[in-house]
Design a protein around this ligand. Structure first.
Ligand code: PLP
Length: 406
C-alpha cells in the first residue's frame, strides 16, 4: 500500500487562493522577539502599520485591525453599524457571500439575497442594476446596508464596487455599502474612499502575503456615525475603544505583535513596489494561468471576461470527472495544493491561486502539476496549457504596465 510522504523534498506548492505563500522576508520579520505591547517601541509599530494600511486600502479614514480571521471582521462590520432586525440587501456571487449571509442571520439581521438570474448563478459579478432596482422599490428605506463581495474567492469572479456605489446613489438610498475584499486587497485594485465603501473588510492571509490571524475594517465617516447608534451587541469588536487606543499606536486588548511585524514588512514590500505594479503583476499571472486553462480546453468558472479575478482562477472539470479527485492526485503525486470547489460547485471545479509569494516559475510548476494530474485523471486535454503559459510569460515581460493600467 502506498503511504503519504508528508515531508517530501523541496518546497510544497501552496496554490490555494489563501492562505498564500509567505515570503521569507516576512517570515524572518515575524521571528523577532515579542515586545511589550504597552511599551514605546510597540506604539511606533502600531502607528506605522495603521498608516500603512490606510495606503493599502486607499483611504484617509480609520482602519481597524483585529487579531482574528476574516470572519471576525465580517461580524465586526455588521455589529458596529446595525441593530437587531435591520434589513440587509446581500448579493450572492458565491460561497463566501452565502456564508456572510448566514453569519448576518445568526446575528439577528433580516437578509434579502439577490443572485445573477439564470443557470450561471455563481459565474458572474454583482449586477449593480438589480441593486438599484431593489433600492428604488424600498421607498421607506427599510434596507440599512448593501453587502457585496469584491473578489469572490470561491469562484474567481470580481465585482465592480464603484458601480454598486453609483447604484445606491442613483436610487437616492441611504443604505450603507459594506464590502468584503478579504481576498482582493493588495492583489486586485481596491479604493475604499474613491469607490465610496462604508465598511471594507479584509484579512491578512491573501494579498498581504501573511499567515492567517489579522483582519481589518476600513470605515467611512458615515459608518462611524452609524456605529454611535447601532444596537447589535458589541464589545471586543467595538470600533470606538480601538480607535481611541490606536491614536497612540496601541490596542485595548493584546494585539498579535509578531503578525504585526509581518504586516509592517508586507506593507514595506507592497508600497515600495507601488500598488499599480502589484496589481499589474497579478493581472499578468492571471492571464498566464487563463492561457493554460484555455489551451486545455476547460471552462473557467467566471463566465464574464470583464470580471476575471487577478487573484485566482476557477477551473471546471468535464462532466463525470471529480475535481477533488484531480486535486488529490496533484497533491499526492506532485506536492501541490489547489483550492477545492466550495458549496454548490464542490467536485465540479478546482481553484488555482495566483497570489502571495509567487513568480512565473512557481506558477509554471503549479500548472505542470495540474496538467499532469488532469491527464492522470483521464481528462482529454485539447492542448498543452503549460506551453501556452510559457508563451504568455515569455511574450509579456514582468514589470511592464499595460497602457492605461492603474
Ligand atoms: N470572505 C472571503 C471572500 C474569503 O475568501 C474568506 C476566506 O477565505 C472569508 C470571507 C472568511 O475569512 P476567514 O476564513 O479568514 O475567516
Amino acid at each position: 500500500m502506498q503511504t503519504l510522504d508528508l515531508h517530501p523534498t523541496g518546497r510544497h506548492y501552496l496554490q490555494i487562493p489563501g492562505p498564500s505563500p509567505v515570503p521569507d522576508r516576512i517570515l524572518r520579520a515575524m521571528s523577532l522577539p515579542t515586545i511589550d505591547h504597552r511599551g514605546p517601541e510597540f506604539g511606533a509599530l502600531g502607528l506605522k502599520v495603521l498608516a500603512d494600511m490606510q495606503k493599502i486600502f486607499q483611504t484617509r479614514q480609520p482602519v481597524i485591525i483585529y487579531p482574528s480571521s476574516g470572519t471576525g471582521a465580517w461580524e465586526a462590520a455588521l455589529a458596529n453599524t446595525l441593530s437587531p432586525g435591520d434589513q440587509l440587501l446581500m448579493y450572492e456571487t458565491g460561497h463566501f457571500a452565502a456564508l456572510w449571509q448566514k453569519l448576518a442571520m445568526r446575528l439577528g439581521l433580516e437578509t434579502e439575497v439577490l443572485r445573477h438570474p439564470g443557470p450561471e448563478v455563481w459565474r458572474h459579478g454583482v449586477r449593480a442594476d438589480l441593486i438599484e432596482e431593489r433600492l428604488r422599490a424600498d421607498s421607506q428605506h427599510a434596507i440599512k446596508a448593501v453587502c457585496v463581495v469584491h473578489n469572490e474567492t470561491s469562484t474567481g469572479v470580481t465585482s465592480d464596487i464603484a458601480a454598486v456605489r453609483r447604484a445606491i446613489d442613483a436610487a437616492r438610498h441611504p443604505a450603507l455599502l459594506l464590502v468584503d475584499t478579504i481576498s482582493g486587497l493588495a492583489s486586485a485594485d481596491y479604493r475604499h474612499d474613491e469607490w465610496g465603501a462604508d465598511v471594507t473588510i479584509s484579512g491578512s492571509q491573501k494579498g498581504l502575503m501573511l499567515p492567517p490571524g489579522i483582519s481589518f475594517n476600513a470605515v467611512s465617516s458615515k459608518a462611524l456615525e452609524a456605529s454611535r447608534t447601532a444596537r447589535l451587541p458589541k464589545a471586543f469588536w467595538a470600533w470606538d475603544e480601538i480607535i481611541e487606543s490606536n491614536r497612540a499606536g496601541y490596542w485595548p486588548s493584546t494585539p498579535n505583535t509578531n503578525l504585526l511585524y509581518g504586516l509592517s514588512e508586507a506593507c514595506d514590500m507592497l508600497l515600495a513596489q507601488g500598488l499599480p505594479a502589484v496589481f499589474a503583476r497579478h493581472r499578468r499571472w492571471a492571464k498566464g494561468v487563463r492561457a493554460a486553462v484555455n489551451a486545455w480546453g476547460l471552462p473557467i468558472q467566471c463566465a464574464d471576461p470583464a470580471v476575471y479575478s487577478p487573484v485566482l482562477t476557477g477551473v471546471m472539470t468535464p462532466e463525470g470527472i471529480d475535481a477533488d479527485a484531480v486535486r488529490k492526485t496533484i497533491y499526492e503525486r506532485f506536492d501541490c495544493s489547489l483550492g477545492t470547489g466550495l458549496g454548490k460547485v464542490k467536485g465540479r471545479m478546482f481553484r488555482i491561486g495566483h497570489l502571495g509569494d509567487c513568480n512565473d516559475l512557481t506558477l509554471m510548476a503549479a500548472l505542470s502539476g495540474c496538467e499532469m494530474g488532469l491527464k492522470l485523471a483521464g481528462v482529454k486535454l485539447a492542448g498543452s496549457g503549460v506551453l501556452a503559459a510559457m508563451d504568455h510569460f515569455s511574450a509579456h515581460p514582468a514589470g511592464v504596465l499595460e497602457p492605461g493600467a492603474v
